[in-house]
Design a binder for this molecule. Structure first.
Ligand SMILES: Cc1ncc(COP(=O)(O)O)c(C=O)c1O
Length: 410
């Protein structure tokens, strides 16, 4: 019988990795306190979290929202992005990075990522700029910071706004400054899988007071700052966070920094253990900052190094060894029915819009690095990185074991 667990052998581990979300008496007490206070609505805990999170990320202002998606939409709206505008986005990201652009009636334009960073490639961004470009949304993918200096240079040259999609990057810094307000604004998510969570929720960070006031107004029914309650100035909505969410997030935030350290230590063990394995290529090695959130630990699987075994079979074998590896996005965003307009996607504005004056055909988009990443990259979730050094060594052992027996997976 094969030694591989997927073929009936003994798995490297049967122990599970840390459970997520994490909570302790802090969340239990905080939730009960809110419950008993009967002050459940958008109040002092929301304000306290906004201030603490903004300060943790080196930003002046924080405006909470219902999700990372709505944080992006509000930031785009506050930046004045709308009908007729293009926004440059990467195609290797969660769909919200691009659909937030459609939601404000603008057109997402996909620029390729760097092969090793998985972040927007500044050269590809340069090539994607047109007279209609209004903004760039770099994603700090998996918590690795985007090339902010180069992107800011491009933005300055062309008068563009940068909105950071920092939905993987709580605690990440770029050259000594935490991400989120390095561009004009940044959006974070607190959805259930994220490194700090209240099940759902989001926040916009900025250093610009005027933008902060605008975002607040958009997120709170178009109300004016210090103006009467039933006066509405702009077309806002209800994107408010609850006190329950903020009370949980305050506890999660207090734990975040230690967890960032833990994940970074785990990533180091994985880097060291996987570096020498033939067929595995490490990504994102150039240090761009001192702290990295590691929402995911990503590596590249080169099937030739594993006797030609397809990535999906490698992942299946790793899973059987007790390692929750995943393939990530199956294809770049522009291959989704929504963008290829095979599904119920936008058939008229903003994609075929007399106001825009161009016809968009996403079936013709090619971003080779993003396509290769979808074929080759393997993800380990952030929860795994909260495990012990021995847990990380199990991962390395499992990868080595699968490689050693790769011939049996044909
Ligand atoms: C890169 C990225 N951007 C945006 C979002 C959207 O965040 P939310 O799920 O809170 O709307 C996510 C969430 O998965 C994400 O990973």
């Amino acid at each position: 019988m094969s030694e591989l667990a997927v073929k009936g052998g003994k798995p490297v581990r049967t122990k599970s990795f840390p459970e997520w979300p994490m909570y302790d008496e802090c969340e239990e007490k905080a939730l009960l306190d809110v419950l008993r206070s009967r002050k459940w609505w958008y109040g002092e805990r929301v304000r306290e979290f906004e201030e603490k999170f903004a300060s943790y990320q080196d930003a002046r202002f924080g405006i909470t929202t219902t999700s990372g998606t709505t944080a992006l939409q509000i930031a785009l709206t506050a930046a004045g992005v709308g009908a007729g505008d293009e926004v440059i986005v990467p195609p290797y990201t969660f769909v919200a990075t691009a659909t937030a652009v459609l939601a404000v009636n603008a057109v997402p334009v996909f620029a390729d990522i760097g092969r090793d960073t998985l972040n927007l490639d500044p050269e590809a961004v340069r090539r994607a700029v047109t007279e209609k470009t209004k903004a760039i949304i770099p994603v700090h993918f998996a918590g690795y910071p985007a090339d902010m200096d180069e992107l800011k240079e491009i933005a300055q040259e062309h008068g563009l706004t940068i909105i950071e999609d920092a939905c993987h990057a709580w605690g990440t810094d770029y050259k000594g400054r935490k991400v989120g307000a390095i561009g004009s604004m940044g959006a974070f998510s607190f959805q259930a899988s994220k490194n700090i969570t209240s099940s759902e929720g989001g926040i916009i960070l900025t250093d610009d007071e005027e933008l902060a006031d605008l975002c607040r107004s958009y997120s709170n029914c178009g109300r004016g700052k210090d103006r009467p309650w039933y006066e509405h100035y702009i077309l806002g909505g209800n994107y408010r966070m609850t006190e329950f969410q903020a009370s949980i997030l305050l506890c999660q935030l207090a734990r975040l920094d230690d967890q960032v350290t833990r994940r970074m230590e785990s990533a180091k063990v994985l880097d060291e253990g996987l570096r020498e394995v033939e067929g595995i290529e490490l990504l994102q090695q150039e240090p761009k900052g001192k702290r990295r959130s590691y929402h995911l630990y990503c590596f590249r699987y080169v099937q030739e190094g594993f006797a030609g075994v397809p990535r999906e079979k490698f992942i299946e074998a790793l899973n059987a060894e007790g390692i929750p590896a995943a393939p990530g996005y199956p294809f770049p965003l522009y291959r989704n029915p929504l963008f290829e307009r095979r599904g119920q996607g936008p058939r008229y504005c903003p994609l075929s819009c007399p106001y825009y004056g161009k016809e968009v055909d996403y079936t013709k988009v090619r971003c080779p690095n993003a396509e290769q990443a979808c074929r080759e990259v393997v993800w380990l979730p952030q929860t795994v990185l909260l495990g012990s050094k021995e847990d990380m060594e199990d991962i390395v052992r499992a990868v080595r074991k699968v490689r050693e027996h790769a011939g049996e997976l044909q």
